[in-house]
Structures are given as structure tokens and as C-alpha cells.
Design a protein around this ligand. Sequence first.
Ligand SMILES: *Cc1c(COP(=O)(O)O)cnc(C)c1O
Length: 427
Amino acid sequence: MHNFHYQEDLLYCEDVPLERIAKEYGTPCYIYSYATLVRHFRAFDRAFDSVPHIVAFAMKANSNLAILRLMASEGSGADIASGGELYRALNAGIPPHKIVFAGVGKTRAEIRYALESNILMFNVESSGELYTINDVAAELGRHARVALRINPDIDPKTHPYISTGLKKSKFGISANRALEEFRLASSLPNIEVVGVHKHIGSQVTQVTPFVDALKKILALIESLQAQGIHLRYINIGGGLGITYSDETPPHPQELADAISPLVRDLKCELITEPGRVIVGNAGILLTRVLYTKKTEDKRFLIVDAAMNDLIRPSLYDAHHDIWVGHRHSNVPNHTVDVVGPVCESGDFMAKDRLMPETQSGDLLAVMSAGAYAFTMASNYNSRPRVPEILVKDGQSFLIRDRESYQDLVRGEHVPEFLSPGGKGTTE
Ligand SMILES: *Cc1c(COP(=O)(O)O)cnc(C)c1O
């Protein structure tokens, strides 16, 4: 659960009314609750207390430095997917020995950076990548710790764009080629095989797919042991879902209770990579109604946030609850589309949603916007990216500035031949 709630019909984050945040920082903006973040991290971490484990927060869900710093102070590691994420993680003080690096397309430069940073391990997704890591490690005179990411061919029963553990997906190494790949990895001089990894997808709302996938991995570990390959880490990935509307995902404790007994006797350290379940419901996107518009067929609420700020509804047809900043009794409800100012029909926060009647200037909170929200924001339509604010008790802290128009053109250059008499630059 989270710390966004009504007090006398005004919506608050912890002890701060959202209207105050809107006045101070403007809208749109992302707002995160410190209490929710800490509670979610601890609930997940402690659920696995009965086995040796590392929680590696999947930082593509939310990579703000302050949030990462908070995770680091709670003992979290990081699951990274790029050199940029490694830079952020190290910058925020996440210890390298708790950083794992996934992704099908790691470049040589990223591999070198990760080796020089002495991260815990690479989660390797192909034999081509194994050879490359071996090569780069040799150049540096190092040994690279790796886990092989196995595709367990399990249907997580989630949106196709966030399913990653099916045979047809680009991720991991197929289970029936796994032994061969492990043998290859063990034979490479600058590779140290330390683990096995799987991640079946995101927003998974049942325990069964996790258990089924793990059982496939356990069978593999047994075959590996028979061949003299002993692993030290088993990484079960992330993917635990959250409640956006009426989903009833298992509590992390239920997941842990199903997983821990299966791995307890393996003499392996367990790695988990939760993202959404930690941050998803800890954040909202605060927006203001600009106009209400009624056509022959429909009513629209036109708000100041758009698909470039939060793309999940457009990209995944995702549902986000929308709460009003100020509740009024006795106002009629209407079915509306909540849309943004971007020039695309796909620019919406909600479609055919029953909402209390709203006026221009009213605040709306797009709920469950802590994960895959700001991290997916873009500058489409040359819209500056919005600020991020962290609330703790009765105080708010700006943890990312609103971008300026100058920020929008930073790094762009107009060649001399296009600007006769000009300086050839936008500065
Ligand atoms: C995205 C991702 C995660 C996190 O997924 P959530 O659904 O946010 O928990 C974990 N591991 C890997 C390899 C990922 O790609």
C-alpha cells in the first residue's frame, strides 16, 4: 500500500497536501513518498530473510539518484541494463559487489566499464556476448564473473511487451542449449561462471509462473553439478506485479515462502531483481486540468501532462487510476477521456473513465506512476521533462529540476553553412 490519502477531501502525500507541491514546483511533476519506498523495499528484502540473498533493485523502473541513494542506504544492490545505469548506480553509492548487469546488447565499452568497476557479475544472454566479455576481460587482464540467463519458456501471463521468458523472446539462452553454453563459458580462460539467471517478465500477478520457472532452473543446476559445474548464485529476476486497478498480486512474502524452501539447500546465494513492486505505487504524476471539452460524442479532460511524461497508457494500454486533488460531494460523474496536449491520438492518460465533474485548474493525480514512468519520459513535442519531488513526512524535496527550454537545445549544433553570419551554434 502507499502513502497517498485524503484528509478532509484534500489529497496528500504523507503529510503534505498536493496543492502545496503544485504551487511550489508547478505541474506536471512526479511525486514519490519516502515512507512507501522504504516500506516496500523492507517488505521485499525481509521476506527473503530465511535465505542468504541480495536484492538488486531493477533501476530501469526508477533511476533518480535520490531514489537510488535511498535504496543503497537500505542495503540494496542494482540490476542494471546499460553503462548509463551503472554510472548512476555508482554515483548513488550502490556497492559494485551488489551490481548485476543484464541485457542482450552490451557493448565492449559497457563491458569494459563494468569490469573496471568490479561489478558482481554479468547476466549473459548469448554465446557471442560470452566471447566478447572474455575478450575484453583478457585485454584488461581480469576475470569476468558471469551468470547465464536462461529462458525458461514460461508464460508469465502478462502484457506481451513485458513478457521476457517465452521461447520466441529475444532474452536469454534456451533451456535446451543451456548445458552447452555453460560448458563453453567454463572453457573460456577469462570467464568465471558463478551463477544462473532468469527473468520471466513484468507485472506478474501469480506465484505459479515464478515457481515453474525456478523448477526448470533447479533441474539445470542439478545437471550442471553432475558435470562438475558448481554455481554460487541463483538469480530469479524480478517481475512481481502491483495493483494498478483490481489486480491482486501476491505479497512478496507469499513469493518468498514459495521460493525460499526450493533454494535453501543449494548452498547458493539468492539474487532477486524487483523493480515495479518497490517503486510503482510509491509515485504519482501530478497534473492540472487545462480545459474541459465536450464534443458531440465525448467529453475530454485536457491536462498538462502528456504521453511524453508518462507513456504507459499509450505503449501498453496500461490502466492508471486517476484521483482528484480535491474531492467534492454532490458533483455529477461523467465518462471522459483524460488526454494531454501532444499532437497524437495516442496521447491519453485514461479512456472512457468515470470521473467526478472537473473544472479547468483542478489537480489530478495519475496514480501508480513510480515505475517505468519518469524513466521512459521523452522530450517529444519539445516538452521539457518534468521535475521529480520526494516527500518525507511534512517536507518536500526537489530531486530533479524541471527542464528549461535551454535544456531542450543543449548539445545541438547548426553547421556554419546553415547560418551565414551566425555563430553556427545555438549557444
Ligand atoms: C525489467 C527487469 C527487472 C525488473 O522487473 P520488474 O517487473 O520491474 O520487477 C528485473 N530483471 C531484469 C533482467 C529486467 O529486465
